[in-house]
Design a protein around this ligand. Sequence first.
Ligand code: PSU
Ligand code: MN
Length: 314
Amino acid sequence: MKEFLRVSPEAADALAGGRAVVAFESTIISHGMPHPLNIETALGAERIAREMGVVPATVGVLDGRIVVGLGRSEIKLLATEKGVLKVSRRDISWALTRGLPGATTVSATMFAAHLAGIGVFATGGIGGVHRCASGGGPRGATFDVSADLGELGRTPVCVVSAGAKAVLDLPATLEVLETEGVPVVGFRTREFPAFWSRSSGLPLDLTVESAAEVARMIAVHRSLGLPQGILVANPVPAEYEIPRAEMEPHVQQAVLELESRKITGKEVTPFLLGRIGELTGGRALETNVRLLHHNVRLACEIATELAKLRKDQG
Ligand code: PSU
Ligand code: MN
């Protein structure tokens, strides 16, 4: 396994010493945001972690290995190079075999974080059930369900996100998460957040009030040996949110264009995010950056509390 995994010395050191490490994904860098906002956002996330005394480990695929803790120039490469693969769980072995550069999605990043021994991961919003998945569109049922959901069902990593991207069928996404046995815990909210918006109208059964509470829950989850991840749903700060009523027409237009342009497979999410960025005159992108950095802060607090728990127990 070791020959296919490269952990940065900084992250390896912190993990060996029981100090806090947080993983970040790279699909948001290569396929989720335009240049140079993507670099600024990724490096900004790393800066926030360091300021909080946490070691950041951005995950990607380079030279036939999964890299946990990309260097600055490697992040820049994934942000600028054309043709970087979008690597989800199913693509990992193939990308390594071919030696192709790849950006990892939530699913592949969770897999890599777990392999490296990292328990907490921050992203913007997870993938989920697309609106066309169960029919209703001109193509009928597409079964387009993100691998992120299956990954949350089988990999015990805590993922901090602003809910699932609101381009999705959010009620169906929550149903699949329930089926997969994934705890979805609202951070100081009783509602599933809708990425750009704080509210989705969908109630959550599980809530937590502090990062320390999440850390204690992770500890319980681990000692029971539950294989699932934990999804912490952290609403975007009110000052940056775009209300749902304002976003929904843009989302519907982007989804219609997706159908008429016959965009399918892994291109779906990048297209929708890009188009919605345009339709909102860049406002959705600004909100995306803010919510991501907000999630980074919470993930760092959780990882710090988890490290404290380990010290107290060890
Ligand atoms: N969150 C963002 N921007 C993104 C993504 C998440 O704010 O670009 C990415 C994640 O990597 C997620 C992926 O795993 O979108 C989902 O893609 P798909 O629907 O093809 O599974
Ligand atoms: Mn898909």
